[in-house]
Design a protein around this ligand. Structure first.
Ligand SMILES: Cc1cc2nc3c(=O)[nH]c(=O)nc-3n(C[C@H](O)[C@H](O)[C@H](O)COP(=O)(O)O)c2cc1C
Length: 450
């Protein structure tokens, strides 16, 4: 079989610029070599992922320290929850753009707490600095604590956040398109800076934004960042299908992932886009040993460092509800029906009832991995599992979530990438320069529908 003719796996490395990732044990794991405040931690990670020919390195983000669990932040600070501390990842990827040459660099920014012009200016600058390697994970944020640090008593309602996000994207794309690609002239001899005919006014008036433009800089080489999204609700998926070029998901089984991908691809087509214009990447947390037994020991040692109460803190932050008021033995099925739990959170718990019987066991899973499947085995075992998911149509690639840093990425690059290459499922060299080249996507996102 000719390797280049086959559909190829896409890979992203997942980080938070904080003490933990999906694993709440990252900072205290003996194999983690640097603090999250040390820029070399991120440089090491980016370099090893670039060696592994990853499509991109990605940073999630959260904007405030949650007090959803019992109205207090003590537990988050004492033990280091998912949002106990976060550096701003945008300066970090700007720093990494200068330390790397090919790997894509993605960060999260919220449409609820920023303005379109913040996003347009930052990501256009990044497009110039990184020569087309930037990506933006569009989120609507999660909880009241994020609202309060921006002076809002309550976080906006779920569906309204997505309505705002849709209009946010429309405004952002109007600004991104306000300069033609050849508007900048820089004719030194005649002293002509730019062609005003090729720079177009923006005058947007909508339900959430009134914006006058154009943007105040020429577009970068790719015009706008790769758009990433990770919505899982009906409204979130509809938003993703309209705008996203990459969608992240967390699925516990091939069947769950297949159903998600099929649904998103159907909705992408409904939005008038080719199904392959959106890559669906599912998250995994690998534990790699010389054999399966050694990998299981690694996983178990890791999970023993993840406190269940931290998992409940993160769950409370993510679902914007205080789960601390329930006994740990409370069945999740009961919580999913409890009218005291807000509707959006009940919907999410509903999907978790099959997994875990009680709040306590869900807390342990959340602390170990936020439900990201933990894979154990040799490099070849893991590569075989990934190939199986990929070939079953469960995803277009994987988000690799580390258990320790940079070791998880080092092991994956050394042990799994060569196996995927042997299967003919992963590149042996970067064939293009921009992130869109790596993703093999030229198709437009919802900007043309805007
Ligand atoms: C892999 C992954 C990464 C995510 N990263 C972030 C993030 O960095 N910041 C954030 O506020 N939400 C993040 N989310 C949450 C999603 O944006 C989304 O709100 C969540 O999946 C719930 O879906 P819904 O908004 O459609 O209800 C992430 C979700 C997933 C699955």
């Amino acid at each position: 079989m000719v390797a280049s003719a086959r559909r190829q796996i896409h890979l992203a490395g997942f980080l938070l610029a904080g003490p933990v990732v999906h694993s709440h044990a990252v900072w205290r794991h003996p194999s983690t070599t640097r603090r999250f405040t040390d820029p070399l931690l991120y440089e090491d990670a980016a370099r090893v992922l670039e060696e592994g020919l990853f499509d991109f390195l990605f940073f999630a983000d959260r904007l405030g320290v949650s007090s959803q669990l019992g109205g207090s932040r003590d537990l988050a600070f004492r033990y280091g929850s998912q949002d106990a501390a976060r550096l701003d990842p945008l300066p970090i990827i700007s720093f990494l753009a200068g330390k790397t040459s090919h790997i894509g660099l993605g960060v999260t920014r919220s449409t609820t707490y920023y303005q379109p012009n913040h996003i347009v200016r930052s990501f256009t600058t990044l497009d110039h600095l990184s020569a087309g390697r930037g990506a933006w994970n569009v989120v609507t944020s999660m909880n009241d604590s994020e609202g309060r640090i921006f002076g809002q008593a309550k976080h906006m309602d779920h569906d309204q956040r997505y309505d705002r996000a849709d209009e946010f994207m429309e405004v952002a794309f109007k600004l991104w398109r306000s300069w033609d690609s050849d508007a900048l002239v820089l004719d030194k001899a005649n002293g002509i800076f730019a062609d005003p005919e090729k720079i177009h006014a923006v005058d947007h008036k909508g339900a959430f934004f009134e914006v006058e433009g154009p943007m105040n800089m020429p577009p970068g080489p790719t015009g706008h960042p790769v758009i990433i999204q990770a919505g899982s609700s009906g409204r979130g998926r509809r938003f993703g299908a309209r705008w996203a070029e990459v969608i992240f998901t967390i699925s516990r089984s091939t069947e769950e992932a297949q159903a998600f991908r099929a649904d998103v691809r159907r909705q992408v087509v409904e939005q008038g886009r080719p199904a392959d214009s959106c890559r669906i990447l599912t998250a995994v947390m690998p534990f790699i040993g010389r054999d399966r037994d050694e990998a299981i020991v690694k996983r178990d040692e890791h999970n023993a460092l993840a406190r269940p109460e931290l998992g409940i803190a993160t769950l409370s932050s993510q679902l914007n509800f205080d789960f601390g008021r329930y006994d740990l033995a409370t069945p999740i099925a009961q919580l999913a029906k409890d009218s005291a739990v807000p509707h959006a959170a009940r919907e999410k718990l509903e999907a978790l009832t099959g997994d875990d019987a009680t709040l306590g066991s869900l807390g342990q899973i959340w602390s170990s991995s936020v439900r990201v499947p933990q894979l154990v085995g040799s490099g070849r075992d893991i590569a075989l599992t990934l190939a199986e998911w990929f070939e079953a149509g469960a995803c277009d690639g994987f988000v690799i979530s580390p258990a320790y840093l940079p070791g998880s990425f080092v092991e994956f690059t050394a042990e799994v990438v060569p196996e995927l290459q042997k299967f003919g499922l992963f590149r042996r060299t970067y064939s293009g320069a921009t992130l869109r080249d790596h993703l093999g996507s030229t198709a437009p996102s919802g900007r043309d529908a805007a």
